[in-house]
Design a protein around this ligand. Structure first.
Ligand code: PMP
Length: 357
């Protein structure tokens, strides 16, 4: 155990059981006589890890064989590249600009083709979700949304229906609540929040959508090639994917309904404290748009910011500083952050409030 209460946004807290099993596998992987760090990526053991992880993803997302499951390198941002490289065709791509990462994905996509921003919350500094466009263009290669906005703390709790191919960046809320994953033609997630360690990305693609992908790019960047090569076109991130498998087992064991219930409770405790506070204020005022994963807030007076951060550090609470682009605070309460951890943070907020208001 690390001994600190970890609210980092990613790399983020991992369950103690997962850390324990990962450490054990580093010493010796099953009866191979090797560390997981030494296992060949085309060997039997790793192929079993790949198969189990893909099958668990399908089970947890309720996907049938219409989907391909891939483990890729390069985290979230490589998906920002691969999506437009593979799928912007003759029609433009539509993007919903709901936060920092959504805007970043737009910047990457513009390097490959025509992009239309269908809705944006930039003018209000992303303190709410943008309105879903009342009327969508008839022809788009796809619509890209970010289901949870890690830096500003908004989240799409209901995914709007569309007949156009829908692509989602789910890096910061995958497996955090019940969701109809079958709505998407492609969804992806960087692993370092709810799904393991940095560098790995999960991508799930509907086969009929994959058929439309361009093949005109280096194999490493092509979804079709990666599917053909079973995610081991080059040396896979054996350890990273193994940690994701441990996370998937942990999620399955706990159950998404239980995880969702706990996540609601954790977020509610912090938002309730913020809504009642005379010192802190939540970034997102529209309650229905608030994220259950990243809770962003500021101190009304600058001096409280430094002082509260210092108080947290002195109580071994780490990672609640806001993103460098926005400042303030952010408590990331991913699946592995316990209710007790949240109780301690809320308790400290109340202690600070009593002393300083
Ligand atoms: N998308 C979202 C929603 C994110 O939160 C992040 C990183 N925090 C990224 C993409 C980028 O991921 P990476 O750093 O792995 O490229």
């Amino acid at each position: 155990m690390q001994g600190k209460i970890n609210f980092n946004a990613g790399p983020a807290a991992l369950p103690p059981e997962v850390l324990h099993d990962a450490a054990k596998a580093i010493r010796k992987y099953k009866n191979t006589g090797l560390s997981i760090l030494e296992l060949p990526h085309r060997g039997k053991e790793f192929l079993e890890i790949l198969e189990e992880s893909k099958s668990l993803v399908k089970k947890l997302c309720n996907l049938n064989d219409d989907f391909e499951v891939l483990w890729l390198h390069g985290g979230g941002r490589l998906q920002f590249c691969m999506v437009p490289m593979n799928f912007i065709g003759k029609d433009p791509a539509g993007y919903i600009e709901s936060g920092y990462w959504a805007a970043d994905a737009i910047g990457y996509a513009r390097q490959y083709g025509d992009v239309q921003v269908l809705a944006s919350a930039k003018d209000s500094n992303y303190d709410r979700l943008p309105d879903w466009p009342a009327k969508l263009p008839k022809h788009l290669s796809y619509i890209h949304i970010t289901t949870n906005n890690t830096i500003f703390g908004t989240q799409w709790h209901d995914i709007p229906d569309t007949t156009l191919p829908l692509i989602a960046d789910m890096s910061s809320d995958i497996f955090s609540h019940k969701l109809d994953y079958n709505k998407f033609s492609l969804f992806y997630a960087a692993a370092q929040k709810n799904l393991g360690t940095a560098g790995v990305a999960l991508a799930c693609i509907r086969k009929d959508f994959l058929a439309k992908a361009s093949g005109n790019m280096p194999g490493m960047l092509s979804y079709k090639e990666q599917v053909k090569e079973n995610s081991i076109l080059n040396t896979a991130n054996v350890f990273g994917i193994y940690v994701s498998l441990l996370m998937l087992r942990w999620i399955k064991e706990k159950g998404i309904s239980t995880i969702e219930k706990e996540n609601k409770k954790k977020a509610q405790m912090i938002y309730d404290a913020l809504d009642k506070s005379s010192i802190f204020t939540p970034h997102v005022k529209v309650k229905e748009h608030r994220s259950q994963m990243n809770i962003c807030f500021t101190a009304k007076k600058a001096q409280d910011e430094k002082a509260f951060l210092a108080l947290c550090e002195s109580h071994d609470i780490t990672g609640i500083q806001g993103h460098r682009s926005v400042g303030g605070f952010r408590a990331s309460v991913y699946n592995a952050v316990s209710l007790e951890a949240v109780e301690q943070l809320v308790h400290l907020m109340k202690v600070y409030e009593t002393k300083n208001s």
